[in-house]
Design a protein around this ligand. Structure first.
Ligand SMILES: [Zn+2]
Length: 455
């Protein structure tokens, strides 16, 4: 705390003693250069913290100051004017004051992108329109260099033939050490402590978390500024590695800036799930006074049916499906089979799925089966899709797709299946199927099967 105040006082003192600014109305020729001394410095339309933010500067960036007024500095950025708080500016030595060099025309050369994704813009400047994006490791043809506000830009042509300007900070003449025969790998964040690693305006999508916390600082103990839902995009600015974990400074669609864990961010737009918008009735078998099958280890089927159903519900809801559960408790009144079917009809379900675990007198019985009935719709296709994905996810023995006269399937007028996700009567399998990890795999299998079915 004390250190911070000292820094600000020192910065203010320097600002007052060393800066020479022109008075309003005089030519901009008296402009001077200054260095940004804040991690993010807002550029505002007018002097004052309530004024509209036009853009931001990063720490260490050298900017052109045109005028000073009541603790605010008018600056030029990307050919426009704005205001920043003078507190966060440090003067730059006279040598750095030399005016921007005219474009340096050099012989066309091949340059390679070092950022995760590099924006190619209409004009040199981070506020200029993005024409296209070039991925890490890809080559561009370099034509000329221009220095704007202390930043170097290169006029380049992409492999697809587009001309534009890219920041030279993310270009290198050194070819990446990769076998030429292999296709270009997906742009993946790499664990290198350098910052920044990408130019602003690279879009990242929230994956793997239903909602991603955006924090004030790159740390899980830092306060949460806002949260971004799965699938939504954020603008990526820079990467920082803290205690071996990668963090990204991002801006949300609502304009909030903060830090997010990179584990939940991807440059790949997440696929739209085909279950999105569908109504799925999940029927955890048994319940109440009916425990279903009971294992030698005292596992009750009704309990693990509900646990697995809840895992499935979570996946489906996060993918945008409407989920109705026939029961949500293990202790409530036992639901009749006809009542479960009535729920399916009432909500005009797109699919009804009843979740069970199996039991047999032979305690060596093992594996998964999916049951359907021939009466309604394309149930066989639904059962096949779910069974295939269940086996893929769990690695269990495939007992196949079968027809059977189970009430909830037979009398259901919507495509419906009943899954038996493993044998509670098999002591080894009982231990496995009682784990959250197994139930999550089974839920993922059903989820994937449903998506394939709706595709
Ligand atoms: Zn059962």
């Amino acid at each position: 705390m004390i250190k911070k105040i000292t820094t600000i006082l020192a910065a203010t003192a320097l600002t007052a003693s060393l800066f020479i600014f022109s008075v309003p109305g005089t030519q901009a020729s008296a402009s001077t250069q200054a260095k940004v001394n804040a991690s993010i410095l807002n550029i505002r339309e007018k002097p004052g913290t309530t004024s509209k933010v036009l853009g931001t500067f990063k720490k260490g960036q050298v900017i052109t100051a045109i005028q000073q007024q009541n603790g605010w500095t008018r600056v030029s950025f990307s050919g426009k004017n704005g205001w920043v708080s003078s507190k966060y500016l440090l003067p730059v030595k006279a040598a750095a004051k030399t005016p921007a060099k005219p474009a340096t025309v050099t012989k066309p050369a091949t340059y390679y992108v070092t950022a995760i994704a590099l924006n190619i813009r209409k004009a040199p400047g981070t506020s200029s329109t993005v024409l296209t994006t070039v991925k890490k490791g890809e080559a561009v043809t370099f034509y000329e260099k221009k220095v704007i506000s202390g930043k170097s830009w290169g006029r380049v042509k992409t492999a697809s033939g587009k001309m534009g300007w890219a920041s030279l900070s993310y270009l290198t003449s050194k070819a990446p050490a990769k076998p030429a025969s292999k296709p270009a790998p997906k742009p993946k964040p790499e664990p290198e402590p350098s910052t920044p690693t990408a130019e602003p305006d690279v879009k990242y999508y929230v994956t793997g978390a239903s909602a991603l916390n955006i924090r004030k600082e790159p740390s899980t103990s830092s306060s949460v500024v806002t949260a971004v839902k799965k699938g939504e995009a954020v603008t990526f600015f820079e990467k920082k590695v803290v205690s071996g974990k990668s963090w990204a400074r991002v801006k949300t669609a609502s304009g909030k800036t903060g830090w997010a864990s990179m584990s939940y961010l991807s440059t790949k737009r997440p696929p739209a799930y085909s279950v999105s918008g569908k109504t799925i009735v999940i029927d955890p078998g048994h319940g109440g006074s009916d425990p279903g099958a009971i294992g030698k280890g005292k596992t009750q089927e009704k309990t693990i049916n509900l646990q697995t159903a809840n895992e499935l519900k979570l996946l489906l809801q996060n993918a945008g499906a409407k989920v109705i559960m026939t029961r949500t408790s293990n202790t409530s009144r036992k639901l009749e089979l006809s009542e479960r079917v009535a729920i399916s009809h009432k909500y005009k379900a797109d699919v009804f799925i009843s979740i069970h675990y199996n039991s047999a007198s032979d305690d060596g019985a093992t594996g998964i089966d999916t049951f359907y009935d021939k009466t309604y719709g394309n149930e066989a296709e639904l059962a096949k899709s779910i069974q295939t994905e269940l086996i893929k996810q769990t690695g269990m023995r495939d007992r196949g797709v079968k027809t059977a006269g189970f009430y909830v399937v037979k009398y259901n007028k919507v495509p419906s299946v009943l899954v038996e996700l493993g044998f509670i009567s098999n002591p080894n399998e009982e231990k496995l199927i009682a784990t959250k990890a197994y139930q999550q795999k089974a839920a993922r299998g059903i989820f994937n099967g449903l998506n394939k079915y709706f595709d």
